[in-house]
Ligand binder design. Structure first.
Ligand code: UDP
Ligand code: MG
Length: 311
């Protein structure tokens, strides 16, 4: 029988932990497989730490990893996978937006298809703002256009991965991890599982706009060189515009078909336009240089303060 681990990143989730544990445990108890839950406390500042320690003290099948500070959702999931010894792992959010009750069906699908990855595709999303729905939809579509690999649309980190995929994942050295992208990139046999995403059972999203932007730009920059190519194309376009304008005004001056003396408008327009193009392209370059800087420092992705129930 395959061993199953459920990986749950938690950041300031005191209002959902108890219910989340109860529901997950109930589902796991109904399975014939040996199971465990790995909670990663991503530097929470509320009661999450005490609550998780309490659960681990009473349940040897719960393992806990405490980070030394808030490192982010993706490093938390990474730590879960790195420290997982089970044959299969399911990554799930603490807020129950991805219902744990689906775990038996996901396992059954894995078995039936002999899949290495079962990725869960959201048919619908409950209880989220119009802004979040729109940006999420747009993000997955733009990502697919930008990236050299194809990603399944509307798919978060809620998925099942097997030992083979986890072993490959552990070899990734990059620090800016876009996990759902990396797991697609790994290949093997991946199958979709369709579900309705529910509303958070309590509390607020831990992904404010600033974290969303950081997440999206990591995904974009680590999986695509298109922004750099776009910068080149923009450069070409502005050079072309420049040549056409310069020729037009010069010839106009010589043959008298343009009254270029009143040049204020054209000068201002071109200064602003070319200034903009230059700043934009330097900015894009800067983003990639920033990534090189981070990667070259080769700092660890996360720092573990303490663990519970790990052998
Ligand atoms: N999370 C985390 N670290 C962070 C932000 C979020 O570990 O810095 C966890 C959070 O506790 C939750 C999951 O990542 O289990 C997804 O976050 P959330 O539900 O707030 O995001 P949303 O569903 O609103 O996109
Ligand atoms: Mg959520």
């Amino acid at each position: 029988m395959k061993r199953l681990a459920v990986i749950v990143p938690c950041y300031n989730e005191e209002v959902v932990i108890a219910e989340s544990y109860r529901r997950t445990k109930e589902v796991l108890a109904s399975l014939p497989n040996p199971t465990e839950i790995i909670y990663i406390n991503d530097g929470s500042r509320d009661k999450t730490r005490e609550m998780l320690d309490n659960i681990a003290a009473n349940d040897p099948e719960v393992k806990v990893i405490h980070f030394s500070r808030n490192f982010g959702h993706q490093p938390a999931v990474t730590a879960g996978i790195n420290n997982c010894e089970a044959d299969l792992a399911i990554i799930i959010d603490a807020d129950m937006q991805d219902p744990p009750e689906l775990i038996p069906d996901i396992l059954a699908l894995q078995e039936k298809e002999n899949a290495n990855v079962v990725y869960c595709v959201r048919k619908s999303r409950e209880g989220e703002s119009v802004f979040k729905l729109f940006t999420a939809k747009a993000f997955y579509r733009i990502m697919n256009y930008m990236s050299e690999v194809h990603f399944p649309l509307d798919t978060g980190d809620f998925r099942l991965v097997d030992r083979k995929v986890m072993n490959e994942f552990d070899r990734f050295k990059e620090r800016g991890k876009y996990i759902r992208g990396l797991i697609s990139w790994v290949g093997f046999h991946q199958v979709p599982f369709y579900y309705e995403r529910e509303a958070r059972i309590a509390g607020e999203t831990k992904y404010p706009l600033s974290k969303m932007v950081k997440f999206a730009s990591t995904a974009m920059l680590y999986f695509s060189k298109k922004p750099l190519r776009l910068a080149t194309s923009l450069g070409f376009i502005s050079v072309l515009v420049g040549i056409v304008l310069a020729s037009w005004f010069t010839l106009g001056k010589i043959y008298g078909f343009s009254n270029a003396e009143t040049g204020w408008t054209s000068i201002m327009t071109s200064v602003i336009f070319f200034g903009g193009v230059q700043l934009l392209t330097v900015g894009v370059l800067g983003q990639y240089v920033g990534i090189l800087f981070d990667e070259i420092k080769a700092r660890p992705e996360y720092i573990i303060d303490e663990t519970k129930n790990f052998k």
